[in-house]
Design a protein around this ligand. Structure first.
Ligand SMILES: [Zn+2]
Length: 107
């Protein structure tokens, strides 16, 4: 099982899960329970809901969908996202680590 997308909130996670399922990719949302209890905890991957893909052979296609989906939901002008130096994935600016491979941001 591979984490393919880190959502900003549970609705976001379910929306993307629905997109994956409409493409025939089995997906799972995790971390929803933690979201409500997050409180003042820092914004990290562990406290945000995330979407996981069950079949590792679908990961490539799911990543592509995640990229397209992120492009859709990120408002115009939010060009502060950074790109992981290790795996070349785009990461939202509020995160200090890559969602895909865990590498820390290099400035
Ligand atoms: Zn990375």
């Amino acid at each position: 099982m591979i984490r393919i997308y880190v959502a900003r909130h549970p609705t976001d996670a379910h929306l993307f899960k629905g997109i994956l399922e409409s493409e025939g990719i089995d997906a799972l949302v995790r971390g929803e329970a933690l979201f409500g209890a997050r409180g003042e905890a820092p914004l990290t991957f562990d406290t945000l809901p995330s979407v996981w893909v069950l079949d590792t052979e679908e990961v490539g296609r799911a990543s592509e969908l995640a990229r397209e989906y992120s492009r859709d939901v990120i408002p115009e002008g939010a060009s502060t996202n950074w790109r992981c130096a290790t795996c070349r994935e785009f990461v939202e600016q509020q995160f200090t680590g890559c969602w895909n491979c865990g590498s820390l941001r290099v400035t």
